[in-house]
Design a binder for this molecule. Structure first.
Ligand SMILES: [Zn+2]
Length: 184
C-alpha cells in the first residue's frame, strides 16, 4: 500500500494564538476523592490555523490532550502548574499528552474527566466560575497538532472575566444541575 494524500490531511494544521490562559481550579481526584489542583489551557485571540487565510474561531478555545507544548511556554507552564501537570500516557487516547495528576495519590486525571461535566472546568454558577483562576502568558504560541474544543461554560467564564455582554439565548428548560461540590 502506498501513502495517499489523505494521510497527510489527517494531521491538524498548527494553531497560533496571541496568548494563553493557564487555568487552575480545584477538582476532586476520581481515585482518592481528595481535592487537588487541576490545570487547563485556553487559547486567546487572535487565533490562526497555519495555511488558512481566515481567522480561527476564538470560541473554539479549550485545548485538550496537548501532545506538544510550545517551547516558549514550557518553562512558564512548569513554573505555574508544578509537577502535577505533565506529559503521561493515556490508554484511552492511545497517546501521551499533558495530563493532570492528583497531588495526593498521583492518579492520572484524564482530559475527558477534567473537562467534562464533573470536572472543574465546567462551571455551573458564579461561585464555580470564581473558583477558576487564570494566569495570562503572552506569545504568540504555536501548537503543533492542536486539539481544541468549544466549551459553552468556559466561553461564558471568559466573557464574564472580560466584561463582555452578549444577548443571552433563552435557557433550555430542564437543564440538569450538578449537585454542589462538597468542599473538605
Ligand atoms: Zn488522588
Amino acid at each position: 500500500m502506498t501513502e495517499s494524500a489523505s494521510d497527510l490531511d489527517d494531521k491538524a494544521a498548527a494553531l497560533i494564538c496571541a496568548a494563553v490562559y493557564v487555568l487552575r481550579a480545584e477538582g476532586e481526584c476520581y481515585s482518592c476523592k481528595k481535592a487537588t489542583p487541576m490545570f487547563a489551557l485556553m487559547a486567546l485571540p487572535p487565533i490562526k490555523h497555519e495555511g488558512f487565510e481566515e481567522a480561527g474561531d476564538e470560541d473554539d478555545c479549550m485545548f485538550r490532550e496537548i501532545t506538544e507544548m510550545p517551547a516558549n511556554l514550557l518553562e512558564a507552564i512548569k513554573a505555574s502548574s508544578g509537577p502535577c501537570f505533565r506529559p503521561d500516557h493515556s490508554r484511552t487516547a492511545a497517546s501521551s499528552y499533558w495530563m493532570n495528576h492528583c497531588a495526593h495519590c498521583d492518579a492520572r486525571q484524564g482530559d475527558f474527566f477534567v473537562h467534562g461535566p464533573e470536572g472543574p472546568f465546567w462551571p455551573y454558577d458564579e461561585a464555580q466560575m470564581d473558583a477558576i483562576h487564570a494566569t495570562r502568558f503572552d506569545g504568540p504560541f504555536r501548537f503543533l497538532d492542536p486539539n481544541t474544543a468549544y466549551s459553552g461554560a468556559m466561553v461564558d467564564w471568559r466573557d464574564r472575566k472580560h466584561g463582555v455582554e452578549r444577548p443571552k439565548p433563552k435557557a433550555p428548560a430542564g437543564r440538569k444541575k450538578r449537585n454542589p461540590k462538597v468542599r473538605v
